[in-house]
Ligand binder design. Structure first.
Ligand code: GLU
Length: 425
């Protein structure tokens, strides 16, 4: 194999797939990655595009487009969530699948990377329509998923209920229950204790490590969180319980801020009632853009990609940026934050708690032996602290930022497995 890098394809504005490839190219150069392995890792192993016909409540049918991408399976079965969002594209899913390969390698769990997505607007669909969509999508991708092949999970706008439908549809096709085909399930059908808060808990553990490293005090440290879904909401809850002060939050409809600290329990109740944090009376109204530049010590982007740019990076006040979202920071913004001495805990580290507890869930399903929550959280903490130290060590050794440190560890591991296995036939 020869390397077929086309750097001319990398032009502004980057789409996320170009961004993911550029991040790989960048680390390949730094660690001197073999060019054959580099070109191998630069493309997904397998891409499945499906049409998903769905009977809508009106009685008519609509056809949605869906994807399942498997990036690399050298270290084990592919693993990664499924996203239901109107802006899903194949390129985005390819990027997210590649990031899953690195993420699983960084926390050293025996999985490769995958991702799925359906272009749809779940906020404007009924529960029945969502179920129909989920079941037919599962059926369409069932040719490549399975507990020993590729294991989906929740991602943006997909829930434990949706995971239950995936598990049921796959099981119905086979004729018996196969809980290990998907993670993030409800507890009653083989889910793991602690999976719901795992992404946020993992993020908290690595932020705690970063605080120690930077000699900052947790008590009263100010946190701004963009996004109030599974990651953002639980981050607010767990971080405030750990002594941090949540000064600003936002979701797709807007945000709210209070330098003295927001009442997180009331905020969560408000979100439960209204579906948004916008309009919460315990603080001042702010926009999503303002949230990113808000006066704080820790900024947690926990929504979508490409929100931290060369434009706003110079105005970010935080000392730590913990990427609970996948891909929130553009490469040029990375450089600016690094030069300004801001420590970025990259997505493949900061949000790896979710897939780590997914791994525990899968193990429990295969063994039919379930763990207490304390054991889940203790093991998660050990894995996250280890991944933080591995990242920091590489960053120091190579004299690079934390993202490159994490990539050096992760890409190195995937490259080693890929090269040991060799090329078939
Ligand atoms: N969607 C989550 C992520 O991006 C979790 C994936 C999983 O649990 O497999 O890491």
């Amino acid at each position: 194999m020869s390397s077929t890098l086309d750097r001319s394809a990398v032009q502004a504005p980057l789409n996320v797939w170009q961004m993911a490839q550029q991040q790989l190219d960048d680390i390949a150069e730094i660690i001197g990655l073999d060019s054959s392995i580099h070109s191998y890792l630069r493309e997904p192993k397998r891409v499945l595009i499906v049409s998903v016909p769905v009977r809508m409540d009106s009685g008519t049918h609509r056809v949605f487009e869906g994807y399942r991408v498997q990036h690399n399976m050298a270290r084990g079965p592919a693993k990664g969530g499924i996203r239901f969002h109107p802006d899903v594209t194949l390129d985005e899913v390819k990027a997210l699948a590649m990031w899953m390969s690195w993420k699983c390698a960084l926390v050293n769990i025996p999985f490769g990377g995958a991702k799925g997505g359906v272009v749809c607007d779940p906020k404007n669909m009924s529960l029945q329509e969502l179920e129909n969509l989920t079941r037919r999508f599962t059926s369409e991708i069932s040719i490549i998923i399975g507990p020993e092949k590729d294991i989906p999970a929740p991602d943006v706008y997909t829930t434990p209920q949706i995971m239950a439908w995936i598990m049921d549809t796959f099981s119905m096709q086979k004729g018996y229950s196969i809980p290990g085909v998907v993670t993030g399930k409800p507890i009653a059908i083989g889910g793991s204790l602690g999976r719901d808060k795992a992404t946020a808990r993992g993020c908290l553990y690595v932020v705690n490590e970063a605080m120690k490293e930077l000699r900052l005090t947790v008590d009263g440290a100010r946190v701004a969180i963009q996004g109030f879904g599974n990651a953002g909401l639980h981050a607010a809850e767990l971080m405030s319980a750990a002594g941090y002060r949540i000064v600003a939050v936002s979701d797709s409809r807007g945000g709210v801020a209070n330098p003295k600290g927001l009442d997180v329990a009331k905020l969560i109740a408000f979100k439960g009632e209204t579906g948004t944090v916008a309009g919460f009376s315990g603080g001042e109204k702010i926009s999503n853009k303002e949230l990113l530049e808000y006066e704080c010590d820790v900024l947690v982007p926990a929504a979508l990609e490409k929100v931290i740019t060369a434009d706003n990076a110079p105005r970010i006040k935080a000392k730590i940026v913990a990427e609970a979202a996948n891909g929130p920071t553009l490469p040029e913004a990375d450089e600016i934050l690094h030069e300004r001495g801001i420590m970025v805990l990259p997505d493949i580290l900061a949000n790896a708690g979710g897939v780590t507890v997914s791994y525990f869930e899968w193990v429990q399903d295969l063994q039919e032996l379930f763990w207490e929550e304390q054991m889940v959280n203790d093991r998660l903490r050990r894995i996250m602290e280890r991944a933080f130290r591995d990242t920091l060590e590489q960053a120091r050794r190579l004299k690079v930022n934390m993202r490159r440190g994490a990539y050096a560890v992760a890409v190195g591991r995937v490259a080693e497995a890929t090269s040991l296995r060799g090329v078939y036939p």
